[in-house]
Design a binder for this molecule. Structure first.
Ligand SMILES: [Cu+2]
Length: 321
């Protein structure tokens, strides 16, 4: 049963290159299958020849040692097969970076130890919209990512949608992808970037185009005022405790830039770069002991709050929809 569950995850999962959900990932998956099948066939052929060489009567296996066999099997065959693969691979790769037709949606993602800063470029001259750790895209429209890093090398990988591309200091890499159907696809940093590297994930949420526009419009709004006195107390604690030195909540005095933008943190599915589900409990736990939950991340734990204060801050953040 365990084995079946793993296979199922492999072919239908939210983070599997074998479960492609867009044309770019599909091209890569097809190439992998061709290589896998080809390698399998060649393996069988070599094993059959080996068995023949070992078991056939000596009089019948002399041709195996013939010089023409060595040239055909050792030079001609690999050159032909590998050249064909190279041509196919290069043609495929060209399709992965070009954007035919429609203007792509431009999203800039910055790798940070150990989270993702996400910026939507506005095409009407407005400021870009900044958020973190959850990337929303419309279905059916190409999206062009500009990938950079604020510190070390990270690697941006959403296996169901596209190949893997590194984020390299001093360089901007471009990745194009398209989602065929609405859904949530998981991504992961794929290059060791420090102690919490394995805890640096994210999600891509693909919406129908109108739903994406709605999301964008809502996300552009400043944070809403706390609706209850308990949440208002949470906001006051948030401001007084200096969270705003690192976090921005648009519409308040918190305008730090070191950590994720929290203006609409309540609407995100997970916290801490895709690691914990987003709810009042995990938010409170994160604030009190972020260093325990994600060792060596750049946010200090805040063990100073009483349980009640912690709940108030968490309720405030949860309400930032
Ligand atoms: Cu990383």
């Amino acid at each position: 049963m365990e084995g079946i569950a793993i296979l199922d995850e492999l072919f239908t999962g939210v983070q599997s290159a074998l479960a492609p959900r867009g044309p770019n990932a599909e091209g890569i998956a097809t190439l992998s299958w061709i290589m896998f099948a080809g390698a399998g066939l060649i393996f069988l052929l070599v094993m059959a020849l080996l068995a023949f060489a070992l078991l056939a009567p000596p009089g019948r296996r002399g041709w195996l040692a013939d010089r023409r066999m060595v040239i055909a099997g050792g030079i001609v065959f690999p050159v032909v097969v590998l050249s064909a693969l190279l041509v196919y691979g290069l043609a495929l790769a060209r399709g992965l970076v070009s954007v035919p037709g429609e203007a792509p949606l431009e999203i800039h993602v910055v790798g940070e130890q150990f989270w993702w800063r996400v910026r939507y470029e506005a095409d009407d001259g407005r400021e870009p919209l900044v958020t973190a750790n959850e990337i929303h895209i419309p279905v059916g429209r190409p999206v062009r990512f500009t990938l950079t890093t604020a510190d070390v090398i990270h690697s941006f990988w959403v296996p169901s949608l596209a190949g893997k591309l590194d984020m390299i200091p001093g360089q901007a890499n471009r990745l194009v992808l398209k989602a065929d159907r609405p859904g949530v696809y998981r991504g992961q940093c794929a290059e060791f970037c420090g102690a919490a590297h394995a805890l640096m994930a994210f999600e891509v949420v693909a919406h129908a185009p109108e739903a994406f526009e709605d999301w964008l419009r809502a996300e552009r709004q400043p944070a809403r005022a706390p609706p209850t006195t308990f949440q208002a107390r949470g906001r006051d604690l948030f401001i007084q405790s200096g969270c705003g030195a690192c976090h921005r909540v648009r519409g308040t005095s918190a305008d730090g830039d070191l950590g994720p933008d929290l203006t609409h943190i309540g609407s995100r599915r997970s916290i801490a770069a895709g690691i914990y589900p987003n709810n009042r409990g995990t938010l409170a736990g994160w604030i009190a002991s972020s260093q325990h939950l994600k060792p060596n991340n750049k946010m200090p734990s805040f063990p100073v709050f009483s349980g009640e204060d912690l709940r108030a801050i968490a309720a405030y953040l949860e309400g930032l929809k």
